[in-house]
Each structure stands twice: as structure tokens, then as C-alpha cells.
Design a protein around this ligand. Sequence first.
Ligand code: PAF
Length: 286
Amino acid sequence: MKTIHTIRRSTEILADVRERGAKIALVPTMGNLHEGHLSLVRHARTIADYVVASIFVNPLQFGPNEDLDSYPRTLAADTEALLAENTDLLFAPSAKEMYPAGTGSQTEVKVPGISAILCGESRPTHFAGVTTVVCKLLNIIRPDVSVFGLKDFQQLTIIRMMVDDLLLPGEIVGCPIVREPTGLAMSSRNNYLDKKESNIAPKLNQSIRDARSALESGDRNFAEIEKEGTSALEKAGFVPDYFSIRNARTLETAIVNDNELIILAAAYLGKTRLIDNLQVDPSTNP
Ligand code: PAF
């Protein structure tokens, strides 16, 4: 595996790779890699000849009071983990490389509407930061396929919309959430949890599973199910941000006739914000 830090070097290397006719996959990450990320790399390996992982803690997607400074940066361990997965290229640019004139004067790419709901309500600048950096990464690497996790379901939906709208290169593939044995979705932010919070954290997934059971048994009282989910989170010690049943394609508020539903939730445990989601099996529709 080669590790590179500049756009220029990536252009040189990937020109050769493309010349050979190899299919290129990109796995964009912010590092601090766990099994969730590595499952994306493994999937990329099965669908492409040449796998590029990027590690960039993107300042543009962090709000002013968020965890940009404390976000775990573990490049040495991440490099080892990517090597073990036979990654071909690690692209780990600096902020100066990605935003030479600083983030303040960076042209931004924003998918309107959907970027302002759910996570976008409490993190108003977050998704524009994500779409801007992903747009740049797609233009730098020009992959045939890019692989993202379904844990960030809203992010994935927004990225798909951006790619469609701007005719950006490559297919976008989503991979299943990887969970701890407790059901907790793997996330770099789980590292922030103390012992007591770690014991509570799996209840986020439990509350979503309870909501899914209700929906799969034919209950369509969405408001009531959301209320129960929210109160289960509060009782467990979370401060819920949202607990919401949505149309799984558009992320608009679900209506009774929707046949693709998803339950999404975000909640704070102390200072840590956790998110999770589950799709409802459409074959159980009443
Ligand atoms: O999901 C992430 O880790 C980030 O939002 C991404 C897609 C790498 C963009 O910085």
C-alpha cells in the first residue's frame, strides 16, 4: 500500500492505474478506523481491482462547538489496519491540501432541503461540509465506485442526490451497519463514552428495534411510536435529538401508504452524540 498526502501524487498514481484498465473503488473516511470502516474496505475489494481509502478529518463538516479538535486521529494504527485489508492506496491529505485558501473561502456544495432536516436541524452546516468534501474527493480520485456506510443513512442519501444532480463520477454503494455484540452501531465517537454511558448506549438501538417491531406488526400510528421511542431514550438517560419514522427513499415524514420505511434516531449521552437507524422490512407491510 502506498500512502500519499497530495492531490498531485494521487493524480499521477491513478493515471497509471486507469491506464491498466483497473476498476477503482474509493472508501472515504475520517480515520480512527473500526470494523465498520474495514467492512467497507472489504466490500470495495470485492467490487473493484484497486482500492483507495481516504482519511481526512474534514473541518468543514464540524460546527463551531463540535468535536473537531478532540476527534480521534490515529493515522499509524489506521495505516496498519488498511495494510492488513490489502488496500492499494491511502490518500491522507492535510487541511491545507484540501482547502488551500482556508475553509472560509471554499466553494460549497449543498443539497437543499434534505440537508436541513433530522441531523441537519441540530447541525445546520454539517451536510454542506460533507457534500463539499465528498465532491472534492470524487473529483480527485475519480473512482468507478465509492463505498459508504448505512449508519450515516441521511449522509448517504444526500451524497446520492448530489452525485445524481451534479453528474459526478462513479456509482455510490451503501454497506450494512456493523454493530457491537450489544447492538450498538460501531462509531469512532463510541470512544468518548465512559463505562456507565457505554452500558446505556445499546439502548439507542433497542429503542429503534422496538419501533421496528411495532411497524412490522402493522402498527401505523407513527406519532405514538416516535413518542414511545423518545421516552424510552429519555428513561435510559439519553437526551434525544430526534426519533423519527421516515420514507426510506426521500427521508420525508412517513405517511401511512409509504411502503419503504426507516426509523432514524439521534441522541446525546453526556457530550457524545450517537446516531442509528433501521429499515423496516417492506414484506411486513399491512
Ligand atoms: O462518514 C464520514 O466519515 C465522513 O462524513 C466522510 C464521508 C468521510 C466525509 O468527510
